[in-house]
Design a protein around this ligand. Structure first.
Ligand code: NAP
Length: 533
């Protein structure tokens, strides 16, 4: 008997350190850890103890005997990894014990951004004796993309917030939500009150296609669309044309898969999630019959992960389709692709009401229309063009970071330039003293939630070694002065207790409708809930 890791794996490797026989691969430090789609359990070594299942923050691990039907393929997916990587070299697991040097017993750090990267960093830092942490977010709510990016029908993935929530009751952590660093206070002011600042703001801009018609009404970014259905306050007033029978999604990463699934799945199942009420109403009235997900390369280069696609195949009311001529070559040349394609695209079943069609080898060249989008022209590998009619085009081609005043920025990569998380000025090659970064703003928009745990550990390693070597000046202002300054500038800032009040209000409202929570979606509603009770 073995345990099995399934679709929702967050990759944060919590399970790895508790496994008594070290049968979970890849581990942090292994060559493929940073690129793996998920972690895998070796059925030949697993001793069936269940420690990994208890530790998994997203409930993605099951005993073989209790594997839900929709995850049945994952038994084979786990064992396939070991069949295909017989020589996987594993380095010893990394579990550094952190402490401050005896001659410098207290350290204060500001973490800007409360998405997964910021929360992992703040958690690891506040575990260390003598460290105090201030956490900042421009919204009144924490958790970044876990709240406003992870799809509402991936409830298990959102369970990670239960762990992160512990931060808000730690005595050495002070939360300043609804405070925008760069507007309400700047980085150099934060450095007057802390030894170091960790920039963990994610990637809040989109990659651009750079083709005609990209700015027409009806051509939107997946980032905005996802924010809208997840109730992000910035997206409350957005409107999308769901009257079109066909939607075209450009790109085939996991964000494209999320967007396609949300557009295609029957609304009844969404009504039990924490999707924003305005989105549920719009999906209920939707006329969409087909979502076409387009990739410029073949299935062998697809950016989606197998786990997400297998999950997609099990969504009731959704039919997956493919044009055989677009996958045949890849299937013939690679047994691995053949297996993945075979797993995903099963024969049609009757009675399905919406189709997601996966197209390959289509490079977008123009978005056509006069006042709004009418169609997209793609170039095929043989040099011919194909025009696909649609009223809504969603660009899911990836995210990039945004520049902020006072920090260097790499425009090409869309990240803050850094060496192992220590921010460096590319013009001088010197470190920016006391400033660090982690997450998507550090490495670009790649990886899943747990990837940020290892990433943040690296940044904290750099910060602690600078602190131990005396390279971080002692802050001139104390925490009390900072708190007074922020309350004066932002009387409506939300602290940890304020967030707990919002959280309770949303969960209480959700309980009546048997939903995990009913999100408050405007800043005014959120601030009111943060004060009430
Ligand atoms: P992504 O994985 O980088 O995929 C981007 C897609 O856009 C690729 O298919 C890419 O094609 C395509 N693309 C880029 N430029 C293009 C262009 N000019 N024209 C046409 N296509 C273009 O990005 P993402 O989907 O936004 O995901 C970001 C990260 O979040 C990923 O690491 C993803 O796994 C993660 N994520 C995970 C989950 C989950 O685990 N459930 C959910 C959402 C997001 P090429 O490959 O040809 O460049």
């Amino acid at each position: 008997m073995t345990f099995v890791i399934t679709q929702g794996c967050c990759d944060d490797a919590s399970c790895v350190s508790v496994c008594p026989v070290q049968c979970i691969r890849p581990r942090p430090g292994d060559p493929d850890f940073k690129t793996t789609e998920q972690l895998y359990i070796d059925p030949a070594t697993c001793i069936d103890c269940g420690a990994c299942m208890d530790e998994c923050p997203v409930n993605a691990i099951y005993p073989e005997w209790d594997l839900p039907d929709q995850h049945s393929e994952f038994l084979e997916i786990n064992s396939d990894y070991f069949a295909m990587n017989p020589n996987a070299v594993c380095s010893p697991p990394q579990s550094p014990t952190r402490s401050l040097p005896a001659e410098r017993p207290s350290l204060s750090v500001a973490v800007v951004g409360t998405g997964p990267a910021g929360c992992y960093a703040a958690t690891e830092l506040s575990d260390i004796n003598g460290v105090t942490v201030s956490i900042f977010d421009r919204l009144p709510t924490p958790f970044g993309l876990v709240r406003s990016g992870v799809a509402p029908d991936h409830a298990a993935t959102k369970q990670i917030t239960k762990r992160f929530n512990g931060l808000f009751s730690r005595p050495n952590v002070q939360a300043y939500l609804n405070v925008e660093v760069g507007r309400d206070i700047n980085v150099s002011e934060l450095l007057e009150h802390h030894h170091a600042v960790i920039w963990a703001v994610g990637a809040s801009d989109d990659r651009k296609l750079g083709i005609t018609g990209e700015d027409l009404p009806g051509c939107v970014s997946a980032r905005e669309f996802v924010a809208w259905y997840n109730g992000h306050p910035d997206a409350v007033d957005h409107r999308y044309d769901l009257e079109s029978k066909r939607v075209v999604v450009i790109g085939n990463g996991n964000v494209a898969v999320d967007v396609a699934r949300l557009l295609a799945r029957p609304v009844g199942s969404l009504a039990r999630t924490d999707a924003a009420d305005h989105a549920i109403e719009a999906f209920r009235a939707s006329a969409v019959e087909e979502v076409v997900v387009t990739a410029r390369r073949g299935p062998e280069s697809a950016a989606y992960t197998t786990g997400e696609m297998v999950g997609l195949r099990h969504v009731d009311g959704v039919q997956l389709a493919v044009h055989e001529d677009e996958v045949n070559d890849a299937v013939a040349s690679s047994p691995l692709v053949a297996r993945t394609v075979g797993r995903i695209f099963q024969p049609a079943t009757s009675g399905q009401d919406r189709t997601i069609t996966f197209r390959y080898g289509l490079t977008p060249c123009a978005i056509n229309g006069d006042e709004r989008v009418r169609s997209v022209t793609f170039r095929r590998p043989d040099g011919t063009n194909e025009e696909i009619e649609t009223g809504l085009v969603i660009r899911a081609i990836g995210f990039r970071g945004r520049r902020v005043d006072g920090l260097p920025f790499d425009e090409r990569a869309g990240v803050v330039p850094n060496v192992a998380g220590s921010v460096h000025d590319p013009e001088t090659g010197e470190p920016v003293v006391g400033v660090y970064c982690t997450g998507w703003i550090k490495r670009g928009a790649t990886g899943v939630i747990g990837t940020n745990k290892v990433d943040s550990a690296e940044t904290i390693g750099s910060l602690l070694s600078d602190f131990a070597a005396g390279r971080l000046p002692t802050p001139v202002g104390g925490q009390d002065i900072l708190a007074a300054l922020l309350h004066e500038r932002k009387p409506d800032l939300v602290d940890g207790e304020g967030w707990q009040r919002i959280d309770r209000a949303e969960r209480k409202a959700g309980r009546k409708a048997r939903r995990p929570r009913q999100k408050l979606v405007t800043i005014a509603e959120l601030l009111a809930a943060s004060r009430r009770e």
